[in-house]
Each structure stands twice: as structure tokens, then as C-alpha cells.
Write a protein that binds this ligand. Structure first.
Ligand SMILES: Cc1ncc(COP(=O)(O)O)c(C=O)c1O
Length: 453
């Protein structure tokens, strides 16, 4: 807090495409997509037009006992877009709206809890399993599911217990199964999926003790706030099959990964692995980064557990004043249409290839330990030396210093500890992307020296 008070913040007043301007007219590139929310660029005319047009009709109406056109249409479109090449015979069928990622998770958590109470074993309280390093938001339920001590430990007394399994953090694999480092082929041995075995053990033990898990909660394909940690291909589908075979629900937190951010052509990252969750939380990019809105998608099986006659009081007792906000839904519909257009899909695929091309040159720096990209998310992990992988202490602010250097060069992004994030809006041009990576490279060299491997 003192650091924040010591500095004058950059006051952002305008945006267009991947660019932002401050109150002194200085131009920046938004290399963090405004905290992972922006998809198609700032002030996109289609989205702005949709919000304006809805504003001319009505800005908000209650969803308690009423419906509104944009929200109902958007729900149908989300369900259609979430229909993946699922090989598991499941289908998401219903949408519950809320306001942000944390509330979308809170909704999923309460649905899973109540579903388990109504349909599962009667002994004990429903229990949850999630992934070490996982981050699911800052409300109490979401914090309980998370496993980042720095953010979560202080609130321990307020939380319920969620068990954790190891993350498949290949770069720091405790079994030394990391994919071979291009700079040293001796690193890494053949992966035998020990991390998946650990999930299997955890699920089996819980079941044999008569206290099976109600749900497994996971950020699919890549963990965000843990430090941009990708899951190797096949991890999610293997884990999903195990979770199912133990009778637990699969809850995917697609708050960061959804809407194409973690790649693939669908709106859910899990679609890329042929996995359909029982509950999926979407937020951040849902309105293209314009208005706060979120959605929790559920299968018909989960929905049906809440059906009953009035006197049974089986309804889902949960809601927010701005649930199903028509302005947000109008923005969401416009954003989804852009996302699903063929030109949009091709542009995203092109941008992903360009990110690899641009980031390639950072491998020559000895303080760059790992470069990870999934879809249109990349993380560059800074280390003391690439050979030893020893991390910088948090107090050294390695990532923060690199980001400050990038801001000086007109590129805004944010680090997660030692991991510098590159998450460009989908409209970022080749030249803009090159400027983002130039700024990162120059800033790394400025902070840690200009040596090369
Ligand atoms: C995976 C994930 N889930 C949930 C959240 C919480 O979202 P919000 O900040 O919109 O509450 C975040 C935010 O970064 C996230 O990355």
C-alpha cells in the first residue's frame, strides 16, 4: 500500500484497439488486456453500438420473476457455443448470470454443494478438491477453493477446507519429467503422469473412507494467477475421467481461459480436450471487456436437482441485483458474434503463431527460465539462472521491475511474482505485438544485464 501511495498512478482516459492513452496524452499498448478482460480491443464499434442501442431501450430490469430479451438470447447463444466436440456425452444446458468471476464461482460452488446434498451420500458435508496454486476469486467461497498462500492465508479463519492436488507444473516437475529444455537436452525424462496418479489416489482415498468429493474445481488448460502454468495435453481429459469415475462433479473455472483466450475454437478451454464440465464459470471476457457480467453454465442434471413444487422450497436461493443485466448481455452478444466469426478465429490462430515467433528471442536471456504459451496467454518466468531455475525472492520484485521498465517504454502489463504476463487483445497487430515483446526484452536486459546464453 505504501508503494501505491508513493507513486502517481497512470490515469487512463481513452482506448482504441490494443492502445490506451493517459490523461497527458501518452500512448500505451495494453499487453495485459486490461486484467485479462479485453478480447477484441477497446472501443470496438460493434460492442459499443450494441450497448448504446440497448441503453436506448432499458439499462436494467430485475431478473427476479422477469426475463429480458438480450439476456435470454445470450443464454441460448452461450449454450450453443459451449457445445463442444465433447466425447463424454455431456451437455451444458442452463445459464445462471452474475457479475464477475468470483460470483460465477460462488454460484458454481453453491450449486455443486446443494446438488451433492440432494443426490449424494447422506453422511457428512459435501467436500471439494481443487488444484495447488489455483485461484478462483476473492469472495469467501472462491478463496476457500484457492491455494495461493500469499492471497489466501490471512483469511484462513473465515474459510471452509478444500483439499488440494498438485498442479502439473512441468517446468518445476518434482519427478523431473519436464519437457526437454531446448538449451539443455539432459533436462526432462519421459512423463509417466505421476501428477494424474496423485489425483487418482486422492479421489480413491476419499471414497474408501466413505467421504467422497462432491466436486473437483479446476482452471482448465492453464492456471492463471498461479503463474501461467499450462497443463500438458491430456492432463485435463485424464483427470476429468477420474473425477467422473468417482462420482464427483467437474467444475471448470473458465474465467480467464474462456472465450478463446486459452485457444481452441469454442468458448470453453475444456472443449479443446473433448471435456464437458458439469458446471463452468465464465466472466472477464464475456462482454469483450466492457461491462461486468458473468455466467455459470450447468448441465440439465444439475438444474433438475433444483426443480420442485413451491412447497418443497427446492429453488436455488441465490441471486444478485444486477443478475442478467441487459446492457451486459447486449455487449456479450456482440462480443460472442465477433468471436465466432470465421475471420476472428483465423486472426486468433495467427496471433498465437506470432506470439511464439516474437517470444522466441527471449530464450537467449539467461534470466529467462521458461516461456509458456497457451492460446493467447503467455508467461515468461524470470529466474536467477536458467540452469538452476532458482527463483527470485518475492521481495526482490523481479517481475514488478520488468513491468515498470515496460511501462516506461509504453507497454502496460502485470507480473505474477516472477512471471511477466503477455496477454494481448485479439486485434493486436503484428507491429504492436513486436513492440510489446521489444519492451519486455529491453526491460529484462536493463534489469538483469545484456548477457546472452
Ligand atoms: C481463474 C480465475 N477465476 C476467478 C477469478 C476472479 O474473477 P473476478 O476478479 O472477476 O472476480 C479470476 C480473476 O483473475 C481468475 O483468474
Amino acid at each position: 500500500m505504501r508503494d501505491w501511495l508513493r507513486r502517481e498512478p497512470v490515469v487512463l482516459v481513452r482506448g482504441l484497439g490494443a492502445r490506451l492513452w493517459d490523461d497527458e496524452g501518452r500512448e500505451y499498448l495494453d499487453a495485459n488486456s486490461s486484467i485479462w478482460t479485453n478480447l477484441h480491443g477497446h472501443s470496438h464499434p460493434r460492442i459499443v453500438g450494441a450497448i448504446r442501442s440497448q441503453l436506448g431501450k432499458v439499462a436494467h430490469v430485475s431478473a427476479l420473476g422477469f426475463a429480458n430479451e438480450p439476456a435470454s438470447r445470450f443464454a441460448a447463444e452461450l449454450i450453443d457455443a459451449a457445445r463442444g466436440p465433447g466425447r463424454d456425452g455431456r451437455k451444458l444446458a442452463k445459464v445462471f448470470y452474475s457479475d464477475d468471476g468470483s460470483t460465477a464461482i460462488e454460484t458454481a460452488l453453491k450449486l455443486a454443494y446443494e446438488y451433492a446434498r440432494r443426490t449424494g451420500p447422506k453422511s457428512g458435508k459435501p467436500r471439494f478438491l481443487s488444484v495447488r496454486g489455483g485461484y478462483h476469486g476473492d469472495t469467501i467461497g472462491a478463496v476457500s477453493l484457492g491455494h495461493i498462500d500469499l492471497f489466501h492465508k490471512a483469511y484462513q479463519g473465515l474459510l471452509f477446507r478444500a483439499d488440494a492436488v498438485m498442479a502439473p507444473y512441468c517446468y518445476r516437475c518434482p519427478y523431473n519429467r519436464a519437457p526437454a529444455d531446448r538449451r539443455d537436452a539432459r533436462l526432462g525424462r519421459k512423463c509417466a503422469w505421476e501428477c494424474v496418479d496423485q489425483v487418482a489416489n486422492k479421489l480413491s482415498k476419499a471414497r474408501s473412507r466413505g467421504r467422497p468429493y462432491a466436486a473437483f474445481v479446476v482452471e482448465p488448460r492453464i492456471q492463471g494467477a498461479a503463474g501461467m502454468i499450462p497443463q500438458p495435453d491430456g492432463w485435463l481429459s485424464r483427470v476429468a475421467a477420474l473425477v467422473r469415475s468417482h462420482g464427483a462433479l467437474l467444475v471448470t473455472d473458465e474465467v480467464m481461459t474462456g472465450f478463446g483466450r486459452a485457444g481452441g475454437r469454442g468458448i470453453l478451454a475444456s472443449q479443446a480436450e473433448g471435456v464437458t464440465p458439469d458446471l463452468a464459470a465464465l466472466a472477464k471476457g464475456i462482454t469483450g471487456g466492457t461491462l461486468p457480467m458473468a455466467a455459470t453454465l450447468a448441465t440439465r442434471r444439475v438444474f433438475d436437482a433444483f426443480l420442485g413444487e413451491y412447497s418443497e422450497f427446492k429453488t436455488f436461493f441465490h441471486g444478485h441485483s444486477y443478475t442478467a443485466n441487459p446492457l451486459g448481455a447486449a455487449a456479450g452478444r456482440a462480443s460472442l458474434a465477433l468471436l465466432r466469426a470465421k475471420a476472428g478465429t483465423l486472426a486468433r490462430e495467427r496471433l498465437a503463431v506470432r506470439m511464439d515467433e516474437q517470444l522466441e528471442r527471449l530464450w537467449t536471456h539467461p534470466n529467462v527460465g521458461d516461456i509458456r504459451r497457451v492460446g493467447l496467454v503467455a508467461g515468461v518466468e524470470l529466474v536467477r539462472d536458467w540452469r538452476t531455475k532458482v527463483p527470485y525472492a518475492l521481495e526482490e520484485q523481479a517481475g514488478i521491475r520488468v513491468c515498470a521498465g515496460m511501462a516506461k517504454r509504453g507497454v502496460l502489463t502485470r507480473a505474477i511474482g516472477n512471471v511477466v504476463v503477455l496477454m494481448p487483445p485479439y486485434c493486436t497487430t503484428r507491429a504492436e505485438l513486436a513492440r510489446m515483446v521489444d519492451a519486455m526484452e529491453e526491460s529484462i536486459r536493463e534489469e538483469f544485464g545484456a548477457r546472452s546464453v
